[in-house]
Write a protein that binds this ligand. Structure first.
Ligand SMILES: Cc1cc2nc3c(=O)[nH]c(=O)nc-3n(C[C@H](O)[C@H](O)[C@H](O)COP(=O)(O)O)c2cc1C
Length: 197
Protein backbone atom coordinates (compact mmCIF):
# COMPACT_ATOMS: atom_id res chain seq x y z
CA UNK A 1 0.00 0.00 0.00
CA UNK A 2 2.82 2.41 0.88
CA UNK A 3 4.90 3.49 -2.11
CA UNK A 4 8.21 5.35 -2.18
CA UNK A 5 7.85 8.86 -3.57
CA UNK A 6 10.73 10.22 -5.69
CA UNK A 7 12.37 13.00 -3.70
CA UNK A 8 11.76 15.52 -6.50
CA UNK A 9 8.03 14.95 -5.87
CA UNK A 10 8.30 15.16 -2.07
CA UNK A 11 7.21 18.82 -1.92
CA UNK A 12 3.92 17.87 -3.62
CA UNK A 13 2.93 15.91 -0.55
CA UNK A 14 2.64 19.25 1.29
CA UNK A 15 1.87 21.73 -1.47
CA UNK A 16 -1.84 21.73 -0.58
CA UNK A 17 -1.17 22.93 2.96
CA UNK A 18 -2.10 19.99 5.19
CA UNK A 19 -1.80 19.79 8.96
CA UNK A 20 1.00 17.39 9.82
CA UNK A 21 2.06 15.19 12.70
CA UNK A 22 5.66 15.75 13.79
CA UNK A 23 7.38 12.73 15.31
CA UNK A 24 10.86 12.34 16.78
CA UNK A 25 12.93 9.96 18.87
CA UNK A 26 15.96 10.36 21.08
CA UNK A 27 17.68 8.20 23.70
CA UNK A 28 14.84 5.67 23.84
CA UNK A 29 12.09 8.28 24.04
CA UNK A 30 9.58 8.79 21.22
CA UNK A 31 6.88 11.40 20.74
CA UNK A 32 4.54 13.09 18.30
CA UNK A 33 2.54 16.32 18.09
CA UNK A 34 0.30 18.09 15.56
CA UNK A 35 1.53 21.10 13.57
CA UNK A 36 -0.52 23.21 11.21
CA UNK A 37 2.35 25.61 10.51
CA UNK A 38 4.44 23.51 8.14
CA UNK A 39 5.33 24.13 4.50
CA UNK A 40 7.62 23.05 1.64
CA UNK A 41 10.68 25.28 1.27
CA UNK A 42 12.65 24.04 -1.74
CA UNK A 43 12.56 21.49 -4.59
CA UNK A 44 16.03 20.00 -4.87
CA UNK A 45 17.13 18.89 -2.45
CA UNK A 46 13.60 19.03 -0.99
CA UNK A 47 13.36 21.10 2.16
CA UNK A 48 10.56 21.92 4.58
CA UNK A 49 9.89 24.41 7.38
CA UNK A 50 7.85 23.88 10.53
CA UNK A 51 7.07 26.02 13.55
CA UNK A 52 7.59 24.24 16.87
CA UNK A 53 6.78 25.99 20.12
CA UNK A 54 9.49 25.99 22.80
CA UNK A 55 7.22 24.20 25.26
CA UNK A 56 6.79 21.11 23.06
CA UNK A 57 8.48 17.88 24.04
CA UNK A 58 8.75 16.90 20.35
CA UNK A 59 10.99 19.92 19.78
CA UNK A 60 13.30 18.81 22.59
CA UNK A 61 13.66 15.33 21.03
CA UNK A 62 14.28 16.56 17.48
CA UNK A 63 16.78 19.21 18.60
CA UNK A 64 18.69 16.45 20.38
CA UNK A 65 18.55 13.87 17.57
CA UNK A 66 18.77 16.21 14.57
CA UNK A 67 16.01 14.35 12.74
CA UNK A 68 12.24 14.01 12.67
CA UNK A 69 9.34 12.97 10.47
CA UNK A 70 6.37 14.91 9.16
CA UNK A 71 3.36 12.81 8.28
CA UNK A 72 -0.04 13.67 6.95
CA UNK A 73 -3.00 12.46 9.00
CA UNK A 74 -6.30 12.03 7.17
CA UNK A 75 -9.98 12.23 7.99
CA UNK A 76 -9.86 8.79 9.59
CA UNK A 77 -7.16 10.02 12.00
CA UNK A 78 -8.67 13.41 12.91
CA UNK A 79 -9.21 12.46 16.57
CA UNK A 80 -5.66 11.13 16.79
CA UNK A 81 -4.35 14.43 15.38
CA UNK A 82 -6.43 16.51 17.76
CA UNK A 83 -5.43 14.37 20.73
CA UNK A 84 -1.66 14.47 20.18
CA UNK A 85 -2.02 18.19 19.51
CA UNK A 86 -3.66 18.80 22.88
CA UNK A 87 -1.56 16.65 25.18
CA UNK A 88 2.13 16.71 26.00
CA UNK A 89 4.41 13.69 25.98
CA UNK A 90 6.71 15.20 28.61
CA UNK A 91 4.92 13.88 31.67
CA UNK A 92 4.32 10.52 30.01
CA UNK A 93 8.06 10.22 29.26
CA UNK A 94 8.86 10.86 32.94
CA UNK A 95 6.79 7.73 33.69
CA UNK A 96 8.54 5.72 30.96
CA UNK A 97 5.54 5.95 28.62
CA UNK A 98 4.62 7.93 25.52
CA UNK A 99 1.60 9.02 23.47
CA UNK A 100 1.86 5.99 21.17
CA UNK A 101 1.37 3.66 24.14
CA UNK A 102 -1.16 5.85 25.93
CA UNK A 103 -3.49 6.22 22.95
CA UNK A 104 -2.75 2.94 21.14
CA UNK A 105 -1.17 4.64 18.12
CA UNK A 106 0.65 2.24 15.78
CA UNK A 107 4.04 3.18 14.37
CA UNK A 108 6.78 1.68 12.22
CA UNK A 109 10.44 2.34 11.44
CA UNK A 110 11.52 4.77 8.77
CA UNK A 111 13.91 4.33 5.86
CA UNK A 112 16.41 7.07 6.66
CA UNK A 113 15.89 8.30 10.23
CA UNK A 114 15.09 6.93 13.67
CA UNK A 115 11.85 8.91 13.92
CA UNK A 116 8.77 6.72 14.46
CA UNK A 117 6.34 6.85 11.49
CA UNK A 118 2.65 6.91 12.39
CA UNK A 119 0.36 4.17 11.04
CA UNK A 120 -2.81 5.32 9.31
CA UNK A 121 -1.37 8.50 7.80
CA UNK A 122 -1.38 9.02 4.03
CA UNK A 123 2.16 10.38 3.56
CA UNK A 124 5.44 10.37 5.47
CA UNK A 125 8.43 12.68 5.01
CA UNK A 126 11.61 11.84 6.93
CA UNK A 127 13.66 14.94 7.61
CA UNK A 128 17.17 15.84 8.68
CA UNK A 129 17.32 19.06 10.68
CA UNK A 130 19.23 21.96 9.11
CA UNK A 131 20.37 23.64 12.29
CA UNK A 132 19.69 27.39 12.30
CA UNK A 133 19.98 28.35 15.99
CA UNK A 134 18.87 31.95 15.45
CA UNK A 135 15.68 30.99 13.54
CA UNK A 136 14.91 28.26 16.06
CA UNK A 137 15.37 30.50 19.07
CA UNK A 138 13.88 33.74 17.75
CA UNK A 139 11.00 32.39 15.62
CA UNK A 140 10.53 28.74 16.67
CA UNK A 141 11.20 27.99 13.00
CA UNK A 142 12.84 24.69 12.06
CA UNK A 143 14.24 23.97 8.60
CA UNK A 144 15.01 20.49 7.36
CA UNK A 145 15.97 18.48 4.32
CA UNK A 146 13.62 15.67 3.31
CA UNK A 147 15.71 12.50 3.01
CA UNK A 148 12.96 9.92 2.38
CA UNK A 149 9.30 10.12 1.43
CA UNK A 150 6.46 7.63 1.10
CA UNK A 151 2.75 7.99 0.39
CA UNK A 152 -0.35 5.79 0.33
CA UNK A 153 -0.73 4.99 -3.35
CA UNK A 154 -4.53 4.88 -3.05
CA UNK A 155 -4.51 8.66 -2.70
CA UNK A 156 -1.10 9.89 -4.02
CA UNK A 157 0.57 8.54 -7.16
CA UNK A 158 2.49 9.89 -10.16
CA UNK A 159 3.12 13.16 -8.32
CA UNK A 160 -0.58 13.93 -7.78
CA UNK A 161 -3.14 13.69 -4.99
CA UNK A 162 -6.30 11.81 -6.07
CA UNK A 163 -8.83 12.90 -3.46
CA UNK A 164 -11.74 12.71 -5.94
CA UNK A 165 -11.36 8.98 -6.57
CA UNK A 166 -9.96 7.83 -3.21
CA UNK A 167 -12.05 6.89 -0.15
CA UNK A 168 -13.32 9.96 1.74
CA UNK A 169 -11.46 8.79 4.87
CA UNK A 170 -8.10 9.35 3.12
CA UNK A 171 -8.56 13.10 2.62
CA UNK A 172 -5.93 15.18 4.40
CA UNK A 173 -6.76 17.54 7.26
CA UNK A 174 -6.45 21.33 7.15
CA UNK A 175 -6.72 22.94 10.55
CA UNK A 176 -8.53 26.23 11.06
CA UNK A 177 -8.68 26.49 14.88
CA UNK A 178 -9.87 24.68 17.98
CA UNK A 179 -10.11 21.21 16.47
CA UNK A 180 -12.07 22.49 13.47
CA UNK A 181 -10.69 21.07 10.22
CA UNK A 182 -11.45 21.35 6.51
CA UNK A 183 -11.00 18.55 3.99
CA UNK A 184 -9.59 19.28 0.51
CA UNK A 185 -12.21 19.74 -2.20
CA UNK A 186 -12.38 19.01 -5.92
CA UNK A 187 -9.32 18.95 -8.18
CA UNK A 188 -8.87 21.53 -10.92
CA UNK A 189 -6.25 21.82 -13.66
CA UNK A 190 -5.64 25.55 -14.20
CA UNK A 191 -4.62 27.11 -17.54
CA UNK A 192 -2.93 30.45 -18.30
CA UNK A 193 -4.67 33.73 -19.12
CA UNK A 194 -4.07 34.89 -22.71
CA UNK A 195 -1.81 37.93 -22.84
CA UNK A 196 -3.40 41.20 -24.00
CA UNK A 197 -1.49 43.08 -26.64
C1 LIG B 1 -4.42 20.90 14.74
C2 LIG B 1 -3.30 21.41 15.57
C3 LIG B 1 -2.26 22.12 14.98
C4 LIG B 1 -1.17 22.57 15.75
N1 LIG B 1 -0.17 23.27 15.15
C5 LIG B 1 0.96 23.59 15.85
C6 LIG B 1 2.08 24.19 15.21
O1 LIG B 1 2.09 24.45 13.99
N2 LIG B 1 3.17 24.47 15.97
C7 LIG B 1 3.22 24.20 17.33
O2 LIG B 1 4.24 24.46 17.98
N3 LIG B 1 2.17 23.62 17.96
C8 LIG B 1 1.06 23.28 17.25
N4 LIG B 1 0.00 22.67 17.87
C9 LIG B 1 0.10 22.36 19.31
C10 LIG B 1 0.97 21.12 19.63
O3 LIG B 1 0.61 20.01 18.83
C11 LIG B 1 0.79 20.82 21.13
O4 LIG B 1 1.43 21.86 21.87
C12 LIG B 1 1.26 19.47 21.59
O5 LIG B 1 0.62 19.18 22.80
C13 LIG B 1 2.76 19.35 21.79
O6 LIG B 1 3.03 18.04 22.22
P1 LIG B 1 4.41 17.60 22.88
O7 LIG B 1 4.69 18.52 24.03
O8 LIG B 1 4.17 16.19 23.34
O9 LIG B 1 5.46 17.69 21.82
C14 LIG B 1 -1.11 22.27 17.14
C15 LIG B 1 -2.17 21.56 17.74
C16 LIG B 1 -3.25 21.14 16.97
C17 LIG B 1 -4.38 20.38 17.63
Amino acid sequence: MRRDVPLDHAYRLMNHGPTVLVSAAHAGRINLMAAAWAMPLDFKPPKVAVVLDKATFTRELLEASGEFALQLPCRASADLCNTVGNTSGRALAADGSNKFERYGIGHFGGQATGAPLVEGCVAWLECRLLREPHLQQAYDLFLAEVVAAQADERVFSNGRWHFDSAPEDLRTLHHVAGGHFLLPGAALQAGLLPERS
